[in-house]
Design a protein around this ligand. Structure first.
Ligand SMILES: [Zn+2]
Length: 158
């Protein structure tokens, strides 16, 4: 840890104790160079991303659930488990930046954004079976997004 006063990277921990109700560890550190003390907190990364469903109930974000939905949409398509895992990585990463609470619709839209680049048949299947995606206007809006993404290629061919 770099000392906030003298910037030396040489310290020792003089005290460790639970903080935030056990969710974090508070460490008191002493700089070897200037002997001043400072505090650091250690927290578990990535815990607590919650998904709110349309009925208002909350569930923890589950990678496997998202992966299963994508795999179902990508059945008999040239999409590998590896590609699906990478989509889930990207979706999870983007949601955690929005989190700690996201809606199930946001989860679906993030999946769709990634699927659109990978496989359009899987994209359309996912969009049509996605539970929070029942309104035709949502579907049309997403289709519009997909078509817009293809447009630059058309312009180039002119
Ligand atoms: Zn120091």
């Amino acid at each position: 840890m770099r000392c906030p006063w003298c910037k030396a990277e040489d310290d020792r921990v003089v005290d460790s104790r639970p903080a935030e109700g056990g969710a974090a560890i508070r460490r008191r550190r002493e700089c070897h160079s200037c002997r001043r003390r400072y505090t650091t907190f250690e927290r578990i990364e990535g815990v607590g991303l919650m998904v709110v469903k349309r009925d208002g109930s909350k569930d923890p974000f589950e990678r496997e659930k998202v992966a299963a939905g994508i795999l179902k949409a990508a059945k008999n398509r040239p999409v590998t488990r590896d590609q699906v895992d990478r989509i889930v990585d990207r979706v999870e990463d983007r949601l955690r930046r929005k989190g700690p609470v996201v809606t199930s619709q946001e989860v679906g839209l993030e999946v769709l954004a990634s699927l659109a680049k990978l496989d359009q048949v899987a994209y359309m299947r996912f969009a049509s079976v996605y539970k929070d995606f029942q309104q035709i206007t949502d579907f049309e809006r997403e289709l519009g997004v997909l078509l817009q993404k293809k447009e630059p290629a058309k312009r180039r061919s002119r």
